[in-house]
Design a protein around this ligand. Sequence first.
Ligand code: ARG
Length: 707
Amino acid sequence: MWSSSRSTARPDPVSSVYKVSSVARLYKHNFISDLSTNSKGGVLVHFWMVFEVPRLESAVVCEECVGVILRDSVHTSLKNRSSVGYLLDLPVDIDSILINAVQRSDYTSTAAGSQCVDKLYASLPGVSVPLNIFSSWGDVRCHVKLTAVPGFLIRLTIASFQMDPSDCVHDALTAYDALLPMRGRVLHRLCTPVSSSISLVSTSNVMLLSFTMTGGSKSFRGHFEAITEELCLSRIIPQSHVSGSINSPFHPSLMPPHSSCTWIFQTPDAALGVALQLKNYVLRPKDMKGCEHGWWRVNEVIFCGSYVGHESVFRIAQHTAEVEFRSTTRRAAQPFQLSYSSYNISQPCPESHFLCSTGLCVEKSRRCDGLDDCQDESDEVFCLMPTKNCGGGSSSPLHPLFVCNGEPDCANGLDETNCTQEAICSAVSFRCDSDSCIRKKNARCDDVTDCQDGSDERDCACGLPTPPVAHRIVGGSDSDEGEWPWQVSLHFSGHLICGASVLSSDWLISAAHCFSKDRLSDPRRWRAHLGALMQGSAKHVAEIQRIVPHEYYDASTLDYDMALLQLKRAWPASLGPLVQPVCLPATSQAVTAQHRCWVTGWGHRSEDDKSLPSVLQKAQVSVMSQTECKAIYGLVSPRMLCAGVSTGERDACRGDSGGPLSCQAPSGGRWFLIGIVSWGAGCGRPELPGVYTRVSKFTSWIYGHIS
Ligand code: ARG
């Protein structure tokens, strides 16, 4: 088709290529959006090419195909090994050709003109250019182009961004590592308010900011500046004490894509190796999959980095070490800082200490004490079943597992006495709001006031099914109406994908893996069905405002498999009896084999089930010890727990993910959300239990978001 637009004196080189190409029929026109200079002294032309593509032909004009067509025509004119060829006499550097597809909405919003100041320039490095944007009424959609002197990079500092936490649709700031809003060049997206300053760095002298601010008064305050490129390379002589630290490039700014660093360590003595202390990061040997959060080469061995909720120590048992880091994300990555020291290769930990798999050293006396001192439970494996030392002698005290867990473990009752007595705060004591701790593990919402400030019985409108059902049927079976009022079914584009549980009038909890694929992360396409017994008979269908997956969720290990969902609107209180929150366990909450635990959901009833059940299914399972769980699956983190029955006949399966494992104390009372359906080897196989996210490990993370 012929485009009848402007007739220009000089034929347009881009059109001349596409009008005789395989996509000529779909090509409409192109226009220049911007010019900038590159560091080689050339002019970089940023332009839009518009194709009109019928749905069926979308494969014909893929990003790559369009790029190949342009590169091909330049390529035929390349001479003597230079990268410069010609398009209608116009010299073009083939290496500078970069083509990215965008959504029509991105194109129309920039092409229609921006609603705010749209071009800012940073001339001298170190001179900061203020950038403040306010919206007091109506909707603001604007694009701000930042450019700097060629050869420099741009650092944007966001001092504050006031907006409604959103799903990245209503209020958002997207920073692109380009002058056009290309999806492949998103540097960073902000969809939650910022109160403490953050900064990010581009990979060239341009950056595009795209603001969306809807309704109410929203504001952005910040500035940007030109900065010099950093060469991240250093030689280090570590000392025996923690003698210094190394940073990600541009620390504490977010690290730009394609960042890399090399550090060469040499310890003063051949008997000394290099120890790297990592704050919330671990290095693990690389497996078949790629590295998601950083690629590390340590003396020719490759490791992958991951973010975790604890510290670790990585030891290199050589006195010289070349450590190379490369970022592996296309977007800006979290900055890191590691400190280093030398250590004695033949004795990494001090005398009387135990070496954890996390590299930490803990006192030997802490091994098998029921507390996760190593942060990965490596001090709690291969432990004998703790003996019940009921004598009360101080020489070998009662194992913390038995202390004040609500069950009589000692005939003399000593294990359950003085439970509201103040204790040293630890993972096995209950923390009152006043920050004092008591020995009673399951003090939360048990209808007995245990804390002096009464905080253990606050916010306890949870975990009570209505009507209380006296008899439950063992085995996978139909639930009764109102039996699991916190059970939610989550539908994506109309299909049941996962389960979830009600935490409050506007928050649900589910598994991160339900939302991890790109298209599944769009909250607008999900619906939460509340108060349903039969599929399709929900008392209330809620829209989702925002999905908050755990920031340490690791798709390859399924560690930190948890996500919170905020509803657009609170569910009506009138649904009361049939929709109700489940109780959240305290960090100290103990679940013993005597607890009654049920997994519920509308997922498959067997591995090869063809249809989904219509009535909510329930199955009673028992929580296994972490030692047994690790013996079966090996890769089990402290954030996971195993539950099942040895025959395997009762289990969760595909479609149940994200749904609850609800437990009730043997003495009755409220139901607590002990687990979230996460993974398993097949479904219902003998000796292969289901693996659940251990909710008690996330108590403060959850409250941090929902309250
Ligand atoms: N990941 C599964 C889902 O998407 C849940 C698997 C649970 N498997 C098990 N055997 N318990 O629904």
